[in-house]
Design a protein around this ligand. Structure first.
Ligand code: ADP
Ligand code: MG
Length: 256
């Protein structure tokens, strides 16, 4: 099953929120999800402790360090788990090793030039791992905390990313009270008492998770063993079928 690393050097860019929304939606759709809480702030572990029980099919590991991350990911992958690594905001060996194992790296960022410049530093780390491993590591930007009416700055940032051939997951994640409340209330959106327009929040999170899943499927079809060509725009949307998440394939190489 796929390993998804969520990375950005920018604190507060939405890494933990993206991780929890993606993981809880994939678990809702039938996938078995393990979060690797790799951030010393322990946001995912705090989220997990807010409720007596985690949502169905979700596990959290916070015993991950630079020495064991590669073997942990391999074990979990063999066990058929979808792995979502919520990474720390610095360029560390732990982050590089997580990236080396990833089928997809998600880079969350607000749609501003400043945040995009900081967020895209992650691309440098990815390129380094690509050179070391001689394989391509796909990545995509997730625009977070977006508004219903797009600002000029948002449009410009998205256009610039596109011009550079960088994949942007659509839909973006809107700024929603329910998303922020995940880290106050725990659990998933469906179990949460209403926070604003829950139907819209759930539809946004579900659409986002499906887009990530379809992105993984597209990359599988394109083949992934060529190093260092930047991703093109994302392919056709395809729904997650029948409440079960089939394996889009993983390709974990030797780690550095
Ligand atoms: N889409 C969103 N809507 C509302 N609040 C958000 C959203 N994404 C992130 N936040 C809030 O912004 C803050 C930083 O997000 P977080 O996911 O913790 O970032 P990071 O893990 O990159 O430090 C948190 O308070 C979180 O609740
Ligand atoms: Mg975080």
């Amino acid at each position: 099953m796929p390993t998804i690393a969520v990375a950005s050097p920018k604190g507060g860019s939405g890494k933990s929120t993206v991780s929890v929304l993606l993981g809880t939606e994939m678990a809702r759709a039938g996938g078995k999800v393990t979060f690797l809480d790799c951030d010393p702030n322990r946001s995912i572990s705090i989220w997990a402790r807010l409720k007596d029980k985690l949502p169905a099919r979700i596990a959290v590991r916070n015993d991950i360090d630079e020495n064991n991350i590669v073997s942990r990911i391999r074990e979990l992958d063999r066990g058929g788990r979808i792995i979502i690594a919520d990474l720390e905001g610095i360029a560390s060996r732990l982050v590089s090793r997580a990236i080396s194992q990833a089928d997809l790296v998600l880079i969350p960022m607000r749609a501003t030039a400043l945040d995009a410049n900081i967020g895209m530093q992650t691309a440098g780390l990815i390129a380094k791992q690509e050179r070391v491993l001689a394989r391509r590591i796909r990545y995509a930007v997730v625009l977070t905390m977006t508004r219903a009416i797009l600002s000029q700055q948002h449009r410009k940032t998205e256009r610039r990313l596109k011009q550079q051939g960088i994949a942007v997951i659509r839909p973006s994640l809107m700024e929603r009270a329910a998303f922020a409340a995940l880290f106050d209330l725990g659990g998933d959106l469906q179990a949460m008492p209403a926070q604003g327009r829950m139907d819209k929040a759930i539809a946004n999170a579900r659409g986002f998770a499906m887009a990530v899943y379809n992105h993984l499927l597209t990359q599988r079809q394109e083949g992934t063993h060529e190093p260092a060509r930047r991703p093109r725009v994302q392919g056709q949307q395809r729904p997650i079928g029948g409440g079960q998440i089939p394996d889009p394939g993983s390709q974990h190489p030797t780690a550095q």
